[in-house]
Design a protein around this ligand. Structure first.
Ligand code: TXA
Ligand code: MG
Length: 334
């Protein structure tokens, strides 16, 4: 059931749902989450079951304010504190050493825990109301089946989990791709998942340069968002340069199926091929593109296309998050 987040009782109903140990579709500024009380292992188990996600893949714990972090984290390095000061509330997740007595199931058994304080007004209101009921952290992975495209509207969440799930409608997610994840358990900040913040922005804010997969000494641990194939629509995704896209259109390949083309560059479709190709303009800015990305992939799937051809995003840092999601969507098999 989709509940309008603006209705007077929506926040209270959502908070009570979490307190009862039930699942909730929660809007955030990045993507919608499938939420449960992080302190209730049975509730957290329902998340893994509903998503079909392996129970050793850790979840992010969402908190109402930075003050709540020490309920979950046993230590906060100075650089992590500076990241929180600079970017919270907002689309940044920090991996911190976990207090052994809390949130073991949510953390997938790891001795670390991912924590994030979201900025979405409805998310914050739900987290605050839940906290007043004794729910101090809310575990929430993206509200999609494991390996599939993340949801950025309440309707997307209902498409994934059906009408039985209570979903708070907070509108279309502003950011559109998942939070930037920085591992703060290894002495220096390590970028685990790119999002809207560039490594340079993060490094400037915390005074320590951020280790990225491009850094030669990088030793980044495995995370489910880093599985090669992830965020995959049903149609086959391919990334190409504008020139290669035009060549492929002219060559009339592939043999079967309709093709959606998402590009910033203008392309020409021969008149005889007009029914086969659906050309959609890709936004010029990385933030607009991130905002549209998952809804666009879902919409192409809904049109029943067999292939989605996407123009390579520019190779600049502000496109890292979009490029990462598209590259994974294009990875061959799950
Ligand atoms: O924007 C977001 O982060 C969204 C919204 C709902 O907040 N959530 C989200 O959750 O993207 P999920 O579960 O789809 O991705 C969580 C990522 C996974 O890649 C997971 O492996 C990583 O965070 N993660 C969580 N806890 C971790 C830990 N202790 N160590 C390493 N990676 C961790
Ligand atoms: Mg996810």
């Amino acid at each position: 059931m989709i509940l309008d987040g603006q209705l007077p009782n929506a926040i209270a109903t959502a908070a009570q749902t979490l307190q009862r140990g039930e699942l909730l579709g929660l809007p955030t500024e990045t993507v919608y989450g499938l939420a449960a009380d992080a302190g209730n292992d049975a509730a957290v188990a329902k998340i893994f079951e509903a998503k079909g996600r392996p129970a050793n893949h850790p979840l992010i714990v969402h908190v109402a304010s930075a003050q709540e972090v020490t309920r979950f984290a046993s230590a906060i390095p100075d650089f992590a504190q500076r990241l929180m000061d600079a970017f919270w509330p907002g689309p940044l997740t920090l991996i911190l050493p976990r207090r052994p007595e809390v949130a073991a199931a949510a953390a997938g058994g790891q001795n670390s825990v991912g924590v994030r304080c979201p900025s979405h007004a409805t998310a914050r209101a739900v987290l605050q109301a839940a906290q007043a009921l004794g729910v101090y952290g809310v575990a929430a992975p993206s509200a999609n089946l494991f390996g599939r495209v993340s949801p950025t509207t309440a309707a997307h969440v209902a498409d994934e989990f059906g009408d039985g799930l209570l979903i708070v409608d907070g509108g279309a997610c502003e950011v559109g791709i998942e939070s930037t994840i920085v591992d703060c358990t290894r002495g220096v900040p390590i970028l685990l998942r790119p999002g809207v913040f560039t490594p340079e922005q993060l490094g400037q804010a915390c005074g320590v340069s951020v280790v990225t997969p491009d850094t030669p000494q990088a030793d980044a641990p495995r995370a489910s968002g880093t599985l090669e194939s992830h965020y995959a629509p049903a149609a086959q995704v391919q990334l190409m340069s504008a020139a290669d896209l035009q060549t492929a259109i002219n060559a009339q390949a592939p043999a079967a199926g309709r093709v959606a083309v998402w590009s910033r560059s203008p392309l020409q479709v021969p008149f005889s091929m007009a029914a086969r190709f659906n050309l959609q303009p890709m936004p010029e800015s990385a933030t607009d593109c991130a905002h549209q990305l998952f809804a666009q992939l879902r919409s192409f799937d809904a049109q029943g296309v067999a292939h989605i051809w996407v123009e390579h995003p520019p190779h600049t840092p502000e496109w890292d998050g979009v490029r990462d999601r598209l590259t994974r969507a294009a990875a061959p098999t799950r």
